[in-house]
Design a protein around this ligand. Sequence first.
Ligand SMILES: [Zn+2]
Length: 227
Amino acid sequence: MKRFVNLISLAFLSWGLLYVPDSQASVTSPLDGVNAFSTATDDITDLPDSPQAQRAAAKQLTIPSSSPIPLEGYRWPSRQITVYMATQDHQVQVAFPVAVKKWNQTKAVHLHWIKSRQRAEVIVTDGDLQTTGNSNVGYVTSQLGSTETQFNPDTHAMIRAKSTLDAAKLRYVNRQYRDHVAEHELGHALGLAHAPEDYQSVMIPRNIRRGISKLDRQALRNLYGLN
Ligand SMILES: [Zn+2]
């Protein structure tokens, strides 16, 4: 089976930059910050394919050519998607279920929790995400979340996804913001790409205010073959 791990687009999949002032300099213009590139902390390709993934390999999936929110170009073969919680961090353990519930409310997909990491299609976890910046000019940008996806480029079928929140950095934001980061990362794990900055969408990079919008809902429903 031909497989492709979406590592290059991690930069685009990375979410939200939190601007943490450098201790020795003041922040002059937070929005001038650089994009943080993430690196995978553990490799999802070392796991055997789930039964769902193996079945998915043979089937060609249709991806809509236009969409209210940009699409990555792949999706899960079934609208029933399994998720495994791989974190002991309490705040992350709270944020992802909120995000799962919100995406399920779109009725485009149904994410459900399972206890087997091996069988899960989506893994949600916490980890240290890379921090970049330049203390000489007084800013440090910290990546709050990232999502790594594995898909079959021939069939457009997703095989696995792993969404990571940086628990340590998310201690400094409020709960709603954390929920939005989790929603954004799961949006990537479902096949949505980044929305332009002026859109009403949870998929805007560096989004700090918006949850899942009507456009996000519509895009996901289109992607999964619903109206
Ligand atoms: Zn993103």
